[in-house]
Write a protein that binds this ligand. Structure first.
Ligand code: GZL
Length: 336
C-alpha cells in the first residue's frame, strides 16, 4: 500500500515562508492539482520522504553523523532515502538529481566541497523541493538555493585549536598541519581560524602543511613524510583538522621513535571517543569538539518546513574544547 505523501502545496508554502520567491512557489503550487488533505477521509498523516546525500564513511565523526541522521529519521517516522557518495561530488550531484526524480519532500546533504553546486541546486529549486545543508556549507551566489545550513563554525574551531597551542607552548612552536579534504568547508575554515590567531604569535610557525583527507591512513602517511623531511626533527606541535588524521599521525610518530603528546604535542578537532582514549593514554593533548549528532536539528527543520513554520537560515551547533586532564572523566558521558 503506497504511503500518500504530504501535498506539494504544504511543502512549497513552507518553503516560501523560508524565504523563497513567492511567485515561484505560487506558480509551482498552481501547477499541481490540489490533493485531499491528510485525515480528510480518516487516512493517516502522510509520511515525509527526505533524500539525504552523505559524503561517505571516512572518519569516526562521519559514521556518528550518519548514525544520528538515520536514527532520528527512524525515530520520527520519516522515510529516509540515503545515498553514500564515497567522497565524490559527482555522486552527490547524481543523488540530488535522483531525489528530484523520486519527488522527495525535502533534500538534505553534506556537501563534500564548497563549490560546483549552483547548476544542480537550481534544478532542485525549479522542482520546488527545499534543500537543507548539514555539516558543511556551499559557496553559491544565490542564498535562496537552500533553506538552512545546520553545522559548526569551523573558523571558530580553528581559532580554538590555535589558542590551545598558544597556551600550551607559551607562544613558541614549530607546527605540522594535517589539513582536511581539499576544497571542503572544514579544511578551508579550520586553516583560516588557526592562522587568524597565530598571526599575532610570530614564534608559532607552520613549517609543514598538507592534506590527510580526514582519514587515519592518509594522516599516518603524510605525517611519516613530515617526520622524514629536513624539518622533521624540529616539529614539536601537530595540528590535525580532525581526530582521525591525528590518530594516524600518532602511529607514525611512535614508529619514528618519538613520543606523541610529549615530544610532539597534538591538537585535533572532532572530539570522537577514540580521541578521548588517546588523551587518557597521554598521546593526544587536546581535541576541539565538532558535534556530528545533527539528526535532531535536521528533522526539526524538516518538520518545521512541513508545518509551514519559518526555519532559521543558519543553525550553529554548540561545542566545547577538551584537554587531557578532563579526558578520563569526560569519556564516561561521550555520546560518539
Ligand atoms: C566536520 C566534518 C568533518 C569532520 C571529519 O563537520 O565535515 O568531516 O571534522 C569528517 O572527521 O570527515
Amino acid at each position: 500500500m503506497p504511503t500518500r505523501r504530504p501535498t506539494r502545496r504544504t511543502i512549497l508554502a513552507a518553503f516560501c515562508l523560508a524565504g523563497l520567491s513567492l511567485a515561484a512557489c505560487e506558480k509551482k503550487a498552481e501547477d499541481k492539482p490540489a490533493e485531499p488533505k491528510a485525515g480528510a477521509t480518516g487516512t493517516p498523516a502522510p509520511k515525509l520522504r527526505v533524500g539525504f546525500s552523505q559524503i561517505g564513511a571516512e572518519s569516526d565523526w562521519r559514521r556518528a553523523n550518519t548514525e544520528s541522521i538515520k536514527g532520528e529519521a527512524a525515530k520520527r517516522g520519516v522515510e529516509l532515502v540515503f545515498a553514500d557518495a564515497q567522497q565524490k561530488q559527482e555522486n552527490q550531484i547524481k543523488a540530488l538529481r535522483s531525489f528530484i526524480q523520486q519527488k522527495v519532500d525535502v533534500i538534505a546533504f553534506s556537501p563534500v566541497v564548497e563549490t560546483g553546486w549552483e547548476p544542480v541546486l537550481k534544478e532542485v529549486k525549479e522542482a520546488g523541493i527545499p534543500v537543507i545543508l548539514t555539516d558543511r556549507a556551499v559557496d553559491v551566489s544565490d542564498p535562496n538555493l537552500f533553506v538552512t545550513f545546520i553545522g559548526a563554525d569551523f573558523v571558530e574551531e580553528g581559532r580554538r585549536a590555535a589558542n590551545w597551542v598558544v597556551k600550551a607552548t607559551g607562544g613558541k612552536a614549530m607546527v605540522a598541519e594535517l589539513q582536511g579534504t581539499p576544497g571542503s568547508a572544514p579544511a578551508i575554515d579550520r586553516k583560516k581560524g588557526f592562522e587568524e590567531v597565530i598571526k599575532a604569535h610570530p614564534d608559532i610557525k607552520v613549517i609543514k602543511s598538507q592534506s590527510g583527507e580526514f582519514t587515519r591512513a592518509k594522516g599516518k602517511e603524510v605525517m611519516e613524510t613530515f617526520l622524514k623531511s629536513s624539518e622533521g626533527a624540529s616539529i614539536n606541535v601537530l595540528y590535525a583538522h580532525n581526530d582521525d588524521m591525528a590518530l594516524g599521525a600518532i602511529q607514525a610518530i611512535e614508529e619514528a621513535g618519538r613520543k606523541p603528546g610529549v615530544d610532539i604535542k597534538i591538537v585535533s578537532i572532532d572530539a570522537v571517543r577514540a580521541a578521548f582514549e588517546a588523551m587518557v593514554a597521554g598521546k593526544l593533548n587536546c581535541t576541539v569538539e565538532c558535534n556530528p549528532l545533527l539528526g535532531p536539528q535536521l528533522f526539526d527543520a524538516v518538520e518545521a518546513l512541513a508545518a509551514k513554520k519559518p526555519v532559521e537560515k543558519r543553525i550553529v551547533t554548540k561545542e566545547g574544547v577538551f584537554e587531557q586532564a578532563q579526558a578520563a572523566e569526560a569519556i564516561k558521558t561521550r555520546q560518539y
